[in-house]
Design a protein around this ligand. Sequence first.
Ligand SMILES: [Zn+2]
Length: 319
Amino acid sequence: MEKLLCGVDIGGTKLSAGIVERDGTVRSKITVYDHTGKTEHQIVDQIAGLIWDLLKKNNLTEQDLEGIGTGFPGHIRYREGVTITTSNLPGFKNFPLRKAIQDYFSIPVKLDNDANAQAFCEYKYGAGRGYSDVIFLTISSGIGAGIILNNKLYRGMTGTAGEFGHTIIDPQSEYECTCGNRGCFMGCACGLTLPQRFRKKIEHGMKTTLPLPPDFDYSHVDGKLIKQGIDSNDPVSLAIADECADYTGTGVYNIFQIFNPPVIILGGGLMNLGDYYFNRIRLKFYELARDMLYDPVQIVKSEAGEDAGLIGAAALLLE
Ligand SMILES: [Zn+2]
């Protein structure tokens, strides 16, 4: 019998571990939310416990697994298996995460960045199936990406390749990115800019038709509210969706010019803004690409669901 895969998805709010079949089906998974207050070593201990629970629950032993693939929400040194930094969890500065997990098991452990894991999931089982070159872009509270070239993840020198979120698309931008630069793709177009954009529009005299209380705190503006605004034709929400989509379309265009890939897959929470937003991204892309599209390029939505990080991390064992 071919061995099963084990995936671990370490997130800023949830931590999932699962037994995954080689066709990408999740056979069994456990998700917890209480890891965020723990130390690195406590989290590793928790991960090992989750995997042991899964094995027991499924009547399996470690030897039934090909290995353990782990996705981490931050920068890592890929070859060394060391985390560099993350804005999603406390600690994890230069932490040897792969070895720490490996100490609990005798099967191989892989560690990669979560966007790479998600990209690999799309490539194996989702919208990137059948392509040898795939660029996956995730747009949520930040912007991350995974690059697959010739059927392999491209990781760069350190392991941080694909940080399109920090490519600069508007140096004159009034928006500062979390990295400190102005005009980063992420600083212009990710979910974190929604509150500022909303507040600025209101301060400039635009009227929202959303039913907000008079003392509404604009820091609470999120994708859900903007989606509600788009659906009810709120001019403020529509304008914000347009701005973010135009920046994203520009980012996608830059990616296209660098890689000339046959498919660019868009995922992440902001895609829940729906077709209004998605179509505007594509519109901007085609406006910029003009007559430079010598072959059709697919700009498509992610097909993998909420388990993309988990399945992708597990699938890294098949890379
Ligand atoms: Zn940046």
